[in-house]
Design a protein. Structure first.
Ligand SMILES: Nc1ncnc2c1ncn2[C@@H]1O[C@H](COP(=O)(O)OP(=O)(O)OP(=O)(O)O)[C@@H](O)[C@H]1O
Ligand SMILES: [Mg+2]
Length: 354
């Protein structure tokens, strides 16, 4: 079985490094203050009552800490943890086997829960609500449903696309935590903490620079830290300082705002189309990626920084995007009337998101 936790890593060495810097307890988890406080209350009260807490849904862009939080939930409860993912559960029977083997109080983590097959999802409903499942044996008129008990457990579901979850699924979670992008200060803290664990010498300017350019994402912050460390060891003084950070990030095509090649390709494609609007599938073809990747990986951050806006007719490049690419802003561009100029933070654009 492939380990869903490892599938998204570039190399084994990186995978090991990711594991070692992963926060184990809620107190070590940086940022996300609201979600952290709410989870803390949920877990503390469950511990007092001596019964498993309500089911927990975590949603947010890749690398913001969903898997980390799921593991923390189990650790804080002192509970056993079972890991699986939506795409790995092909048949309802696969899920029934997992559910009926749970011990009392276990945490079951289902990653990418929005990609679970429908029959399995229906089986999960009854397990979540009544702690029982009906396993169908046989086919046709002779088929019988055998009810099986499931020990009380806590489901932790993770999704990058909460909009794709069905209503009944969503309703069965007693707690929904929406993870947001991190600010530069929080990423700075993540980097300082990781550098300490990995024994990487780092200066305050070095970590601040990496934090500022990590796309609001702890996983990227940790990855860039390792790449800057490589650079510092091979071409620098061995210390992750401002000079090493700047030089290394240039080598890895990470720009001033932390945009990577694909982010810039998306903005360029929009600009080449006169700024848009451009439909998602056309945009995906233009940058040679799957529409899902553009929508789940690229867009949330570009929306967040106000470089891209969604309109009913498609995606558009904002004035900030034209400026970021060093191009003159055409008249009538979204955000073009902003006399402050230069600023890429345009919170008023969030309201355009459907
Ligand atoms: N709040 C945090 N504080 C410190 N480190 C964090 C935090 N959140 C995430 N990380 C680090 O970022 C890495 C990625 O986090 P995680 O695997 O939990 O993301 P994810 O949301 O599950 O992503 P995906 O959607 O790709 O599965 C972790 O290895 C962890 O080291
Ligand atoms: Mg994950």
């Amino acid at each position: 079985m492939t380990d869903p936790l490892l599938s998204s890593f570039a190399s084994d060495e990186d995978a090991v490094a990711e594991q070692s810097v992963r926060p184990r307890r809620l107190a070590e988890f940086v940022g996300q203050h609201r979600v952290r406080e709410q989870l803390d209350l949920l877990l503390q009260s469950a511990l007092r009552r001596g019964s498993p807490p309500d089911h927990i849904l975590l949603s947010g862009s890749p690398g913001l800490g969903k898997t980390t939080l799921a593991m923390i939930v189990a650790a804080e409860l002192g509970a056993g943890l079972r890991l699986t993912s939506g795409p790995a559960i092909e048949r309802a029977g696969d899920l029934a086997a997992v559910l009926t083997s749970l011990s009392r109080g276990d945490v079951l983590f289902i990653d990418e829960i929005h990609r679970m097959a429908r029959p399995a999802e229906e089986l999960l409903y009854s397990a979540m609500e009544d702690f029982r499942v009906d396993v169908v044996v046989g086919k046709g008129p002779g088929a019988t449903a055998i009810p099986l008990d499931v020990e009380p457990f806590t489901l932790v579901g993770a999704t990058t696309r909460s909009g794709l979850l069905t209503g009944p699924m969503r309703d069965r979670f007693g707690f929904v935590g929406q993870l947001d992008f991190y600010d530069a200060d929080e990423l700075d803290q993540v980097i300082v903490r990781s550098a300490r664990i990995l024994d990487v010498p780092i200066t305050a300017e070095g970590s601040a620079e990496i934090g500022r350019r990590s796309r609001g994402t702890p996983r990227i912050a940790n990855r860039l830290l390792r790449r800057v460390r490589d650079y510092a060891e091979v071409r620098g003084t061995g210390v992750v300082d401002l000079a090493a950070a700047r030089a290394a990030l240039a080598v890895y095509d990470v720009d001033e705002l932390g945009l990577d090649k694909l982010d810039r390709a998306v903005l360029l494609a929009l600009v080449r189309a006169g700024g848009g609007p451009v439909g998602l599938s056309t945009l995906a073809v233009a940058v040679g990626e799957q529409p899902d990747t553009v929508e789940e990986v690229c867009e949330p951050f570009l929306l967040r920084t106000g470089l891209l806006a969604r309109t009913p007719r498609g995606r558009v490049a904002t004035a900030g995007a034209w400026r970021h690419l060093g191009l003159p802003v055409p008249a009538g561009t979204v955000g073009g009337g902003n006399p402050a100029g230069g600023s890429t933070q345009m919170p008023d654009l969030f309201s355009l998101e459907p």
